[in-house]
Design a binder for this molecule. Structure first.
Ligand code: 4AD
Ligand code: MG
Length: 431
């Protein structure tokens, strides 16, 4: 007999097959037992009909409980009313383990309970769907980069210095060397990579000791940093736009049933696959003030500002050309106005907020050095970074996508904590 996966069931219409998995749900009515069976690839209803089975098999089916593991054999049958749906008429059951008192039931559980049971919660349909979308988003990003001549260049996690300021660093003792830090972004290392490979990217966990208890912040999250030689500010944004639109199309075409499970508004996603808008930071502030905000021109944008800015837009919006005081030391200053830098934040629509931070980098050695001195950075620790501006410096740009932010938007869910298998937040590190 053929061992198959649920996802392939339609190819075995009328045949007897064997499946391995778990009981998602079970109910019985007289001579019938209905098992919602899942195997990781999908879910199918399996039906045990007493007159078709020997007594022992029917009794085995009866004893099954939520999340019991089993091997099931049966005949694949197309649903009489819905041709896209299949059922399994059970012919045999081999119980692997009976699960007792599975803690996650149909009743409403609070988020704290679910997070403490994250190791089990991951089996629930919505979590399953989100993890699959995360996987697709990850693949779609890599696909785009691969097709556009970016090479994977893995940056270190243990680092001697900061990338995104010293206020959010996780510190640790590194043997006799002294302090080391968990990486906040691989960007600075990627800048070394382009001088060898032209275009590079990394994709891995980064860490921010941020005391932000919001629905958009994790202390450990995954970032894809990309960097390209001879790419300037405008082209940098164009690459980001093309990449994000590729991701939207991949999710729409390959995660249809996952989006259904999450009741995601697919129309909103489709509408976002159109040319993105651009607005300078100055224009953004003017726009907010016209809407009644009292924000001033030297301010960073908060979550509510981001929501307000994108409120009337179906597509993401780039906020570009920021006041240099509120952006990182490495951003290139705007040649047309020294008070601004050529950085951009990409803000997703529907209130999902910033998903990408990027910029053209300062490629002039002396300008960079003076900016670093002004910020009282330890010049010696960054000598290697300054070297890039001494030996064949070129204009270059890059950006970093927060994977979980992007997955939150694609999935249309409220809180970022559901987009990573094991979320790390200020008050949670278990399990
Ligand atoms: O805007 P950020 O801080 O940019 C950088 O780190 C650059 N060095 C990236 C680069 O140019 N290569 O972070 C990039 C993105 C944000 O836009 C956001 O999507 C995500 O990372 N992010 C977070 N995601 C979850 N939790 C947090 N605490 C996050 N902080 C940033
Ligand atoms: Mg940012």
């Amino acid at each position: 007999m053929q061992d198959i996966f649920v996802k392939d069931i339609s190819a075995y219409q009328g045949q007897e097959v064997r499946l391995k998995g778990w009981v998602r749900n079970i109910r019985s009515s007289g001579k019938l037992i209905f098992i919602i069976f899942r195997d990781g690839t999908g879910t199918i209803q399996a039906v045990a009909f007493k007159p078709d089975l020997d007594e022992a098999t029917f009794e085995d089916a009866k004893r099954l409980t939520l999340e019991s593991s089993l091997i099931i054999t049966g005949i694949s049958k197309q649903h009489p009313k819905n041709p896209n749906e299949y059922e399994l008429n059970i012919t045999g059951i081999q119980t692997i383990q009976i699960s007792e008192d599975y803690p996650i039931t149909k009743k409403e559980h609070g988020p704290d309970f679910l997070l403490s049971n994250r190791h089990l919660w991951l089996r629930s349909p919505k979590q399953w769907a989100i993890m699959r979308i995360r996987h697709k988003v990850y693949l779609a990003i890599c696909e785009y980069l691969h097709e556009n001549n970016f090479f994977r260049f893995d940056s270190p996690i243990l680092t001697p210095n900061a990338c995104e300021g010293t206020t959010t660093l996780f510190e640790l003792e590194y043997f006799d060397v002294g302090k080391a830090y968990l990486s906040q972004s691989g960007q600075l290392y990627l800048e070394t990579g382009i001088m060898s490979l032209g275009r590079v990217y990394d994709f891995g966990p980064v860490f921010r000791a941020e005391r932000s208890k919001t629905r958009k912040h994790l202390t450990e999250f995954w970032m894809m940093d990309a960097e390209a030689a001879f790419v300037e500010h405008d082209e940098n944004m164009q690459i980001q736009e093309d990449l994000i639109r590729h991701v939207i199309r991949s999710v729409l075409s390959e995660c249809d049933s996952e989006l259904d499970i999450l009741e995601r508004d697919k129309g909103a996603l489709k509408a976002a696959d159109a040319p993105f808008k651009r607005m300078t930071h100055f224009e953004a502030i003017e726009y907010l003030r016209a809407k009644g905000s009292d924000i001033d021109h030297s301010s960073d944008l908060g979550a509510q500002d981001e929501t307000l800015i994108t409120e009337e837009s179906q597509v993401p919006i780039f906020i570009e050309k920021w006041p240099k005081e509120i952006k990182a030391f490495y951003m290139k200053r705007d040649p047309n106005n020294e008070d601004y830098v050529l950085g951009s934040d990409l803000i997703a629509p529907e209130g999902f907020g910033e998903i990408i931070g990027g910029s053209q980098r300062e490629d002039d050695h002396d300008l960079l050095l003076s900016r670093m001195k002004a910020e009282k950075m330890d010049i010696e620790a960054y000598q290697w970074y300054l070297d890039l501006r001494k030996y064949g410096s070129v204009p270059h740009s890059g950006f970093g996508i927060g994977l979980e932010r992007l997955v939150t938007w694609m999935s249309g869910i409220h809180h970022i904590r559901e987009t990573i298998p094991y979320p790390r937040m200020i008050y949670r590190i278990y399990p």
